[in-house]
Design a protein around this ligand. Structure first.
Ligand SMILES: C[S@@+](CC[C@H](N)C(=O)[O-])C[C@H]1O[C@@H](n2cnc3c(N)ncnc32)[C@H](O)[C@@H]1O
Length: 255
């Protein structure tokens, strides 16, 4: 995704030893209350030792992207208004923190507030291989928890988004296109959603998740023809109306 989508900034929730953060080459923010980075990192990163909820509660969580060595700073030099209060938008975000549905949903909601329609938000561990792996109360080595429910909630409450399941090893990811920071549906319905979707173990994992029926092969998604158009629209800051045509192009690959 880094190579194909070429984001100009990156946010990661859940860093652990830094293996996924090692893929970033652009100004990044990485959040984890208990990171233990042992991997060589090749980006200008603000490593935040906090939970993602605490991080997003900050007054200016993306400060690093505004003031660090990054493209926004160059823009700010040319545009004093930006220098005073530039509003960097996240381009690629990876949600891989606490593996409980409500945490991952909040991560998505908080990230979307700082994204644009042309951003890509990826959630990890969205396709547990069995019901044990999907338990809220962890009792397996590999653990997805019940974060897979986020995809179902987004499809149901946010049909404006494009939610694509991707058949990665071992536990699948979901890529979300078409973020809309002005949409308040999830915030308004948050309490009702939690009430309905946070359920006791064992979790009733749908067959389509376990069999990965809807999932697209990662090579097919990354090799698809829509990326250059998405990147162009992102870099030129095209309005949201441009998503309609791009959505059709993405759906040709994701179904
Ligand atoms: C699966 S690991 C991340 C792996 C990493 N993204 C990678 O692929 O190399 C999950 C991490 O989430 C962190 N975590 C747990 N609760 C969190 C929270 N509330 N906010 C942010 N990170 C959290 C844990 O400390 C753990 O290091």
């Amino acid at each position: 995704m880094h190579r194909v989508y070429r984001p100009r900034n990156y946010l990661e929730i859940g860093v652990n030893d830094g293996r996924s953060l090692a893929l970033s080459r652009v100004p990044s923010i990485a959040v984890d209350p208990a990171f233990k980075v042992v991997t060589s990192i090749s980006c200008d990163v603000h490593l935040v030792k906090q939970t993602s909820d605490a991080f997003f509660a900050r007054k200016d969580p993306l400060l690093h992207l505004r003031t660090g060595r990054n493209p926004f700073r160059a823009l700010a030099r040319r545009d004093p208004l930006r220098a005073l209060g530039g509003d960097p938008r996240l381009e690629l975000a990876f949600i891989d923190g606490m593996h409980l549905f409500e945490f991952a949903l909040r991560d998505f909601m908080n990230i979307e507030k700082h994204a644009r329609w042309s951003s890509v938000i990826v959630l990890d561990d969205m396709m547990p291989r069995n019901v044990d792996e999907a338990a809220r109360d962890r009792h397996t080595g590999a653990w997805t928890g019940d974060v897979y429910k986020v995809a179902e909630v987004l499809r149901r409450f946010r049909p404006d988004l494009l939610v694509a399941e991707v058949d990665t090893t071992p536990t699948g990811v979901v890529a979300v296109f078409g973020a809309d920071p002005s949409n308040t549906v999830l915030t308004q319905k948050y309490d009702a959603i939690i009430e309905e979707y946070v359920t006791e173990d064992p979790q009733d994992v749908p067959d389509e998740i376990l069999t990965r029926k809807r999932a697209v092969a990662p090579e097919a998604l990354l090799g698809a023809g829509f990326w250059p158009a998405l990147i162009r629209a992102r870099n030129l800051n095209r309005p949201r109306s441009a998503f309609t045509d791009l959505r059709r192009q993405i759906e040709r690959v994701t179904g």
